[in-house]
Design a protein around this ligand. Structure first.
Ligand code: GLN
Length: 208
């Protein structure tokens, strides 16, 4: 059975990295800080040291891929995720997580799936695990998930296409939760980070 998502616990002090090579990292930083997290912009591999969670923002996935290659960040990002550190990818960040890019999630994202500029729009999403009213989501030249493996849980759909998914502690959404007033998604992510950290601390103390 899938674990309860998001975890019910309360977010503690956590350090969240925001990949800041390109794209909408500043708005993520602002929301995460408003929710009480410490935030570090990530531009080179050593910026990943000691992070409790990471956000890969929206932007332009081709440019972001080039930046990741230039800074040799792909392997360190894979290692971070392999340690169980929660990662949230939004829009281009979802694309970066897919099979054809960093290969962290067993999903295939279709770029500009709703069309290009013409299809920047807002929609109300029923989002699994988020209490309260539907989530008002901003889509900007957004991808959707074309296909996914069995280990992937779809959290929201639009027009019959998955636009939010999780796999373990990796979370991908096709829209821009950092634009607008609703902080529930970042809040859920921070609770996930908090729980992952508590798990790691317990495992560490057991090893002692
Ligand atoms: N269309 C962009 C891409 O393919 C993603 C758009 C976004 O992140 N807002 O990279």
């Amino acid at each position: 059975m899938a674990a309860t998502w998001p975890p019910p616990s309360r977010p503690a002090d956590v350090l969240i990295g925001v990949l800041a090579l390109q794209g909408g990292f500043a708005a993520h930083r602002r929301i995460l800080r408003a929710l009480g997290a410490d935030v570090r912009e990530v531009r080179v591999p050593t910026d990943l040291d000691g992070l409790d969670g990471l956000v890969i923002p929206g932007g332009e996935s081709t440019t972001m891929t080039l930046g990741i290659e230039r800074e040799q960040l792909a392997e360190p990002l894979r290692e971070l995720a392999a340690r169980g550190t929660p990662v949230l990818g939004t829009c281009a960040g979802m694309i970066m997580l897919d099979r054809d890019h960093l290969g962290l999630m067993d999903v295939k994202a279709r770029r500009n799936a709703f069309g290009r500029q013409v299809r920047s729009f807002e929609a109300d999403l029923d989002f699994a695990g988020l209490d309260g009213p539907p989530l008002r989501a901003v889509f900007i030249r957004a991808p959707w998930i074309d296909s996914h493996g069995d280990g992937v849980q779809i959290l929201a759909e639009l027009e019959g296409h998955p636009v939010a998914a999780r796999q373990g502690s990796l979370l991908a959404v096709a829209f821009h939760p950092e634009l607008g007033q609703d902080t529930r998604l970042h809040g859920a992510f921070l609770r996930e980070v908090d729980q992952a950290g508590a798990g790691a601390a317990t495992a560490r103390s057991r090893r002692r």
